[in-house]
Design a binder for this molecule. Structure first.
Ligand code: NAD
Length: 326
């Protein structure tokens, strides 16, 4: 039996991955300090330990007690503007925290590690970006994710594990189980903002920058539904086990949409949407979308949600559920 530790399993993406993992035969153990996670996102079929990945003793205890053999490492801070203001906090959590987790793998049973990285490590890009593009992180958050990647790669041989570094593009939407979705609204994620505004009588969306060198001046991103991303994690774990080979993999659908393109689709649902153009945000790049060749080759899965209106509906539906629960 597999014993999988999910760090950050009480968060948005982590809870969706756990929802997929509990369908397998594996035993799932979550460690989360609930800094930005939520009790109500914790899957009842998983074992939950409240704790911090910076706590070596606690992690070691979990490793021994549950005989952990695989890790999905999501625990991190990810507020881009907060990272610029509070670099130390982000370094300690995202870099030192990752190093601590990896050091626990010494003399352990860990065979596979899946790490949540980000397309932000590429910086500004032209055209579809593949995994071989040199990293050029622009903001501090992106730098911490890239440092995390380097730590995982550095110790792989020494501690005898295989890794899958998954570079997520922009993740959105919610599970069709209607039980989990994105709660935290402080990250400035476009689909979360849209979902919040969709419930208002007079919806207003701020667009950060209309002077980028893109088709309509607004930023272009590759939006992937969280449920497809979660299935990809289960497949990545399987790949590591069966092929015994490490990999770095972009996770996106391969098409870039500008903020205005997404908003135009939202306007079909909410006709009185008001769009406010405001200043650029620090750390945002103009264009980033994925080259999906490697993903298609390695992760053989049926993509279910590659459609902006579908992702919009999924995000809005969850927001309604969340509001009614309060
Ligand atoms: N959301 C996106 O679009 C996106 C894109 C690229 C990469 N990522 C990465 O995906 C991962 C998950 O992001 P999310 O969107 O689910 O955010 P989230 O804030 O919902 O989840 C992060 C979880 O980690 C926990 N956590 C943070 N620091 C911890 C620590 N020191 N010890 C224990 N638990 C800790 C939080 O409480 C939270 O539950 C992150 O690593 C993030 O960098 C997210």
């Amino acid at each position: 039996m597999n014993n999988i530790l999910v760090t950050g399993g009480a968060g948005y993406i982590g809870s969706h991955i756990v929802e997929q993992l509990v369908k397998t035969k594996a035993r799932i153990i979550i460690i989360d300090n609930l800094a930005t996670g939520y009790k109500k996102l914790i899957n009842k079929k998983a074992i939950f330990v409240k704790g911090d990945i910076k706590n070596f003793k606690k992690l070691s205890k979990i490793f021994n007690k549950y005989k952990i053999d695989s890790i999905i490492h999501l625990a991190a801070y990810l507020n881009i503007s907060e990272a610029e203001r509070n670099k130390k906090k982000y370094y300690q959590n995202n870099v030192t925290g990752t190093l601590n987790l990896i050091k626990c793998c010494k003399s352990s049973n860990i065979k596979s590690i899946v790490f949540s990285s980000s397309c932000s490590i590429y910086g500004d890009t032209v055209g579809a970006v593949d995994e071989n593009k040199r990293a050029n992180p622009k903001g501090y958050y992106a730098r911490t994710k890239y440092e995390g990647e380097k730590i995982i790669i550095k110790y792989a041989k020494k501690y005898n594990y295989k890794y899958a570094i998954l570079r997520y593009f922009n993740i959105a939407g919610a599970s069709s189980s209607n039980k989990i979705g994105e709660i935290n609204s402080s990250y400035g994620h476009l689909f979360k903002n849209i979902a919040i505004q969709s419930l208002k009588k007079k919806p207003v969306i701020n667009v950060y920058g209309a002077d980028y060198k893109t088709k309509d001046g607004t930023c272009v991103r590759d939006y992937m539904h969280v449920s497809d991303l979660s299935v990809a994690h289960v497949k990545a774990l399987k790949y590591l086990k069966e092929k015994s080979k490490s990999m770095i993999l972009n996770c996106g659908y391969g098409k870039g949409y500008s903020v205005l393109e997404v908003l135009r689709k939202f306007k079909k649902i909410k006709k009185n949407l008001k769009i406010n153009f405001v200043q650029r945000r620090k750390g945002d790049v103009a264009v980033v979308y994925s080259d999906t060749k490697k993903f298609k080759k390695t992760i053989k899965m049926k993509i279910k949600y590659n459609n902006i209106p579908k992702i919009l509906k999924s995000s809005i539906k969850w927001e309604r559920i969340l509001k009614n629960r309060k």
